[in-house]
Design a protein around this ligand. Structure first.
Ligand code: AMP
Ligand code: GLY
Length: 431
């Protein structure tokens, strides 16, 4: 098979790495990729291309399958474009990608289909939103969300009225997230553990669930500070009990897929439910219409089945009798970021230690924001690397990931020291 992967982050490196392990896969093209992806087996980088150019390339080269990492291309209609030309693609149509592209759409969809989610209101007018905030209608803390795509950063948790008014200003008046802030969702604050539940969906009502994972969205240890794209993740079977897993499938995933079908926008591709596991059961915080990043970096190393075959079946609408096999090992990914992220940060800093981590067992360093200059790896993004370890137990995976990180240096390297720690201390409490 020849596969085209679209995107340039740690998620895409994990995809390319896993696809490269398949005997079925002869060649992988990645646009625009990064320096780690350029060095991956069977892989060639393409420049950054428009959706049309990507399609032309896929048709010219007889690409068998396209896999799209980032949400923006899906919201912009790459799924429709490829499907119209008969090139199999993993990813939803623009209509179905609205589940991620508009938080207001997602909330209204969930309300229509009784899918559990936080109580909410949608506002188009900033003064109406401010009046509602000042009316005493809401309890604090409260969550304000820009409606559109904001790279995981458009969600602001507000402790009191003053913070909420400031957040409203940031989103709708100062328009820090651009047109994403045309509409505002105000949402009840939910408490509990978070979990990412991701499935492959074939658009015909069939899903293949992946193993569960948990992201760490805030920049600082202990879950403090602003939200980022994700600072680390882990995946292990014990994250969800079999009962909870069943409830998530029955109350969230299947009603979502069925609801989208009923509404004439079938969902084919990767469906990601970001969940809060509350005392009243799982509630949806958000949908994504693609793999999570860093979640992909802990999920894909646990996959035993052939990823290329699975994705091709999903793209063909043919998952009815497909199952995926997973190792019971735990995986942990710690993201190394540039100093200043998720705000502004320097680029072009030399990265050292990668030759050492290459030789470490059960450890893979996925590149996110890297490029290669004069034979050296340098930073080129906020999230720079995802250091991922696989081990029979979660503590061992944590130890391995951090021992890998100890070998890696660049000026101002920053990473959270507590990835998976909450789960570790819980396991200790329970033993
Ligand atoms: P989202 O992009 O909507 O998933 O939001 C990003 C992060 O904000 C989530 O992973 C949660 O940590 C937090 N968050 C979002 N919505 C809520 C909510 N209703 N209650 C509590 N935390 C939330
Ligand atoms: N890690 C969260 C996301 O990919 O949106």
């Amino acid at each position: 098979m020849k596969i085209l992967v679209v995107g340039s982050g740690g998620r895409e490196h994990a995809l390319v790495w896993k696809l490269g392990l398949s005997d079925e896969v002869r060649e992988i093209y990645c646009s625009p990729g990064n320096a780690g992806i350029a060095a991956a087996a069977k892989t060639r980088l393409l420049p950054k291309l428009s959706l049309r150019q990507l399609l032309d390339f896929a048709v010219d080269q007889d690409v068998d399958l396209a896999v799209v990492g980032p949400e923006a291309s899906l919201v912009d209609g790459i799924g429709d474009l490829f499907r119209r030309s008969g090139v199999p693609l993993v990813g939803p149509s623009a209509e179905a990608a609205r589940l991620e592209g508009s938080k207001a759409f997602a909330k209204e969809f969930m309300a229509r289909h009784q899918i559990p989610t936080a109580a909410y209101r949608v506002f188009d007018d900033p003064s109406a939103a401010e009046r509602a905030l000042r009316s005493g209608l809401f309890e604090f803390p409260l969550v304000l969300k820009a409606d559109g795509l904001a790279a995981g950063k458009g969600v602001l948790i507000c402790a009191d009225l003053q913070e909420a008014v400031a957040a409203l200003d940031r989103i709708m008046i100062a328009r820090r997230f651009g047109a994403a802030g045309d509409r505002l969702v105000i949402e009840e604050f939910l408490q509990g553990e978070e979990a990412s539940f991701i499935v492959l969906a074939d658009g015909a009502g069939n899903v293949v669930p992946m193993v569960p994972s948990q992201d760490h969205k805030q920049i600082f240890d202990g879950g403090r500070g602003p939200n980022t794209g994700g600072m680390g993740a882990y995946s292990m079977d014990g994250l969800l009990s079999p009962d909870l897993r069943r409830r998530i499938l029955d109350q969230v995933i299947l009603p979502t897929v069925d609801g989208m079908n009923q509404e004439g926008r079938p969902f084919a591709g990767i469906l990601y439910a970001g969940l809060m596991l509350t005392e009243d059961g799982p509630q949806v915080l958000e949908y994504n219409v693609r793999f999570g990043d860093p979640e992909a970096q802990v999920i894909l190393p646990r996959l035993r089945s052939d990823l290329a075959a699975l994705l091709l079946q999903a793209a063909r609408g043919d998952l009815a009798s497909t199952q995926a096999e997973w190792t019971s090992e735990a995986a942990v990914c710690v993201v190394a970021a540039a100093k200043g992220y998720p705000g502004s940060y320097p680029k072009g800093l030399e990265i050292s230690g990668l030759a050492k981590t290459d030789r470490m067992e059960n450890l893979v360093v996925f590149h996110a924001g890297t490029s290669r200059v004069d034979g050296r790896y340098v930073t080129s993004g906020g999230r720079v690397l995802g250091v991922t370890a696989l081990a029979p137990s979660l503590d061992e995976a944590v130890r391995r990931a951090y021992s890998g990180l100890n070998e890696i240096h660049f000026d101002g390297i920053y990473y959270r020291r507590d990835i998976a720690y909450r789960r570790l201390s819980q396991a200790e409490r329970n033993s």
